[in-house]
Write a protein that binds this ligand. Sequence first.
Ligand code: AHR
Length: 503
Amino acid sequence: MPSAQLTLDPHFQVGAVNRRLFGSFVEHLGRCVYDGIYEPGHTSADEEGFRTDVIELVRELGVSAIRYPGGNFVSGFRWEDGVGPRNERPTRLDLAWHSTESNQVGLDEFAGWLEKVGSELMYAVNLGTRGVQEALDVLEYANIRSGTALSDARIKNGRPEPHRITMWCLGNEMDGPWQLGHRNAEDYGKIASQTAKAMRQLDPDLELVVCGSSNANMPTFGSWEHTVLLHTYDDVDYISCHVYYEELDGDAASFLAVATNMDHFIESVVATADTVRAQLNRKKRINISFDEWNVWYNTRFHAVEQITDIEQWPTAPRLLEDSYSVIDAVVVGNLLISLLKHADRVTSASLAQLVNVIAPIMTEPGGPAWRQTTFFPFAITSRLAVGTALEVKLTSDSYTTKAYGEVPLVDAVATWDEATGRTAIFLVNRSTDAATTVTVDVSHLGDVALLETHTLADDDIYAANTLTDRERVGVAENTSAQVSGGTLSIELPAVSWTAISLG
Ligand code: AHR
């Protein structure tokens, strides 16, 4: 049987686990908002039209900050269309997704929904078709208490308290030729710097995210980050990373190894940010907001450009509704391990997206809401990964992949919470055909016992939870786990994700 060994020691600290690592993303895209979080006619809808069954699942998922309202959508969005009396809001064409936007949910409703789910709002401004003035306007509307035209408009719209949004994204994927208002790095760097400076003139304590590359395969990857940060280094706190992975050509072995690619991506962006830091001779460090990441079967997605008749652009169409399997959940669990391994520099992240659109939660109009397979690793990691991320000094048998060469069979990270003395370990077994034995030296943690074990695995790695079989896949206790004489041993099934809590 293949094997792996880890050593846990509270001295091997990577960095504090920021709660914002467990963020998500709600875009006006497909059925994420309409017929997702918002369905006024649904039996579970509250007085504001939000589905309470979805609210409960979002709470259970343990989501911290939620990025809104896009995504590609934001680059053509006029924020003021979504506020004020609903019957006066304009219907608009959404050029990004060839859909019709009713604007029945906007900033005020979404901020109210976030209060119900207990999450923070992370707001993206439109730097595609708009600029500095509109960014200042939405900031004034959202954050100024009262006594100005826009703050008083918010009060008149029934929101007496400011939304107090701290984190703001300066546009979305502005390096992508598909983006409305796409710019080169020089031009984007300049408008991002001007917008950031203006927003800070209003509130110096905002946390600002400048757009990095749309993914690490963009032809401008690396030079984009370098040029943009030369323009904005003093103005922003974060640079964004986005990535989506999928299993291609039935190559499960490579798909299971994609977190090695995420590791490399993060380390490359950190290196670039630190290069600019050295070049400019600055003390401050720029951290990463990994504000779009997930499994997305993008190659199965039929481009929305096929919907050509503008009068036929649908409202809340079924777009990007991937059904996730066991192997997808193992990969999502591994991507969370990658984020935690870099907790010193990745201090915010958003699983893209939250409901129906490449999402851990699915809904049926007039019907139930359910957990996709990817829900489980996210919810359990969010609950157990508390305190400080620890490097685990891993040695593991390896295997060879077409896409990434030789990679370890096991990947792992741990967190240690000084306040409670609890340790959590997160592991994946990437082997497609063999269980793997893992032994963990826990002697440096003192006298510890097992509190919880959860393993996600299945004989059918393509099993999924669907409308007609909503609880087909879940997590189970891993009864092979034992702690004895300062050593934890556990068997990880082939293609599996596991979390262990010790205390
Ligand atoms: O999450 C789906 C889309 O992926 C977002 O709108 C865009 O930012 C990214 O390309």
